[in-house]
Design a protein around this ligand. Structure first.
Ligand code: DQA
Length: 141
């Protein structure tokens, strides 16, 4: 099984950025934990702050992996182009958020990409990524 994790803008600063909301662990450290827990799964990771690069990665991996776990960061709330990219590929895409976007500013309640995704997971801290892996594993998507 191959799973692609894609993180969008500002998520390279996890561990440093607003730790009260996003926690104190870097994604690289968390990825190490995931690799240990899911040693039988090939988990690949990509991060970019650039919208077009996220789209390129969805195109590149979206025909071959068993699922894409996408935290599009703020592009979640703005990007029709990422919505269209998700619709263009075969692999199921799960939208995830570390924070519960529905308890925050009103502009975070709208997702431009949720309608193109298989499902949405938000609000479980870094474990949102783990829950998405479980969803792909359960083959319910
Ligand atoms: C986020 C929530 C977004 O609203 C925000 O722009 C992010 C992170 C999250 O994981 O909680 O960058 O996607």
């Amino acid at each position: 099984m191959k799973i692609q994790i894609i993180n969008g803008p500002n998520l390279n600063l996890l561990g440093i950025r607003e730790p009260g909301i996003y926690g104190t662990s870097s994604f690289e450290d968390y990825l190490q934990e995931l690799a240990e827990i899911y040693s039988g799964i090939e988990i690949r990771y990509y991060q970019s702050n650039v919208e077009g690069e996220l789209i390129n990665k969805i195109h590149e991996t979206g025909f071959t992996c068993d699922g894409i776990i996408l935290n599009a960061g703020a592009y979640t709330h703005t990007s029709i182009a990422i919505h269209d990219a998700i619709k263009s590929v075969k692999s199921p895409v799960i939208e995830i958020h570390i924070s519960n976007v529905h308890t925050r500013e009103s502009f975070r309640r709208q997702s431009m990409i949720a309608g193109a995704c298989k499902g949405v997971i938000a609000g479980f801290g870094m474990n949102s990524y783990r829950l998405a892996i479980e969803a792909i594993k359960m083959n319910t998507i």
